[in-house]
Design a protein. Structure first.
Length: 447
């Protein structure tokens, strides 16, 4: 179900909730996701300000269901449970760098934008970022948010350790030394409430980003690997109509602030002016045609601006990049139905990983993202066409976005699903952190 719109307090850039949330406040007014397209059914939201308050909240709901809530960027009922949600965005980030290990440990509710600025001030960086810096670290990694780059793994692959509140209210720690840690990094909130995350870091670096317009479809389809792998990060934007894509957003890792960029990219020409290929105000976007620190060049949207368009529905599917051109052609054949309901589609790629519930598990991946207008019934119908087109390519839907994925598809497309379910059942035998969606998809045992 797509849900219905309602008004709720937005997430602020520092990762906390605005509105009436105070210490251990119990928020019972209507709460929606970030874009207002899903209304939560939970009866209360506890806005925790400390880890101890999370522990008390879990203990308080003993026997009942409880789940974590971050910046509410999911577009389905993944974070919902009809009972109690605990927001972790109000907990102080308190980042700690371990220079020897090249890691930072930080509160799970902090946004990537806030963490990135803190790291940059100290000469450090993350290897990858999503297009939106407004997302919480805990929520983005738990759902497999990915960023872009054929040699870049998803954001969850940078998770080196987790601190979480377990079903008994105790604080526990897990890291890569644990044999089942690959089942926890993309954990879908299914085993506990993550309160602190340890991430890999590296020395700060420079990024130059440029937009290239009128990229020919025939070049993309015949040279897909070369196009997506041409630079550190490549994003292709299209509405699926016509013989060319709207644009390629090309991000190069460079050594000098004076680094230039070629005027041509696979038949597309460089556009020096403000971009017009994303349906959002131009001043929401990070700056093109200049060299800047990584945190200003990797995201598409500025951390101090409204993310994306806002009033939208999102879907995304991950396919093996070996079949990427065929998958794109299959979607293009349905453009007459897709284009009228679409704001924009983005095509990206990621490197393989070993995380059990990752969209890039053990395969070079191409991600096909759809940002739809807020017309739920019509979008719901056209999504069935999209999913029919992608069915031959074993497409894995994004966990936090709208799809019609079934339990049989999840079982088929995630070889380690049974291992993940066994792990979650062992860590949470009573299903405290389960919900209807996880059980319907076979991620948690039915109750």
């Amino acid at each position: 179900m797509l849900g219905t719109a309602a008004v709720s307090p937005p997430a602020n850039p520092s990762g906390g909730l605005t509105g009436r949330c105070t210490m251990m406040d119990h928020v019972t007014t209507e709460l929606t996701n970030w874009s207002g397209t899903y209304r939560f059914t939970a009866r209360e939201v506890i806005a925790a300000r400390t880890i101890d308050e999370v522990r008390r909240a879990v203990a308080k709901t003993s026997g009942g269901r409880v789940r974590a809530l971050g910046t509410r960027h999911s577009f389905n009922d993944l974070a919902d449970n009809g009972a109690t949600l605990v927001s972790v965005t109000g907990i102080a980030p308190e980042p700690v760098i371990d220079e020897a290990a090249r890691t930072v440990t930080v509160g799970a509710g902090v946004t990537y934008g806030v963490l990135a600025a803190w790291l940059q001030d100290r000469g450090w960086a993350l290897g990858n970022l999503g297009s939106l810096p407004h997302l919480s670290v805990g929520g983005a990694t738990a759902t497999g948010t990915h960023g872009s780059g054929t040699r870049n793994r998803i954001l969850s692959a940078a998770v080196a350790g987790l601190e979480y509140v377990a079903a008994d209210g105790e604080l526990r720690h897990a890291d890569r030394s644990a044999p089942d840690f690959d089942g926890m990094a993309v954990g879908l909130g299914a085993f506990g409430i993550v309160v602190r995350v340890t991430l890999d870091i590296e020395p700060s670096y420079l990024i130059r980003q440029d937009a290239y317009i009128q990229l020919p479809w025939d070049r993309v389809l015949t040279e897909l690997d070369q196009v997506l792998g041409a630079t550190y990060s490549v994003s292709l934007f299209t509405d699926w109509s016509g013989e060319s894509l709207r644009a390629a957003w090309v991000k190069r890792r460079v050594e000098s602030k004076e680094a230039g960029a070629p005027d041509e990219f696979f038949g597309a020409r460089r556009e020096p002016g403000p971009v017009t290929f994303i349906d959002a105000p131009a001043d929401n976007l990070t700056v093109l045609g200049v060299v800047g620190p990584w945190l200003q060049g990797l995201p598409h949207f500025r951390a101090d601006s409204t993310p994306s368009n806002g009033d939208e529905i999102q879907s995304e599917y991950f396919v093996d990049r070996r079949h990427g051109a065929a998958a794109l052609e299959a979607v293009r054949r349905r453009s007459q139905r897709i284009t009228p309901l679409l704001m924009v589609s983005e095509i990206r790629s990621t490197a393989p990983d070993e995380l059990w519930l990752s969209g890039s598990y053990q395969r070079e991946t191409m991600a096909i993202h759809f940002t739809w207008v807020n017309r739920p019934d019509e979008v719901d119908a056209v999504l069935r066409d999209v999913e029919e087109a992608l069915a031959p390519f074993a497409a894995r839907p994004h966990w936090g976005k709208v799809s019609h994925v079934t339990a049989s598809q999840v079982t088929q497309h995630y070889p380690r699903l049974a291992d993940a379910r066994d792990l979650f059942e062992r860590l949470d035998p009573d299903g405290r952190f389960s919900n209807h969606r996880l059980e319907r998809l076979g991620v948690r045992a039915a109750r």
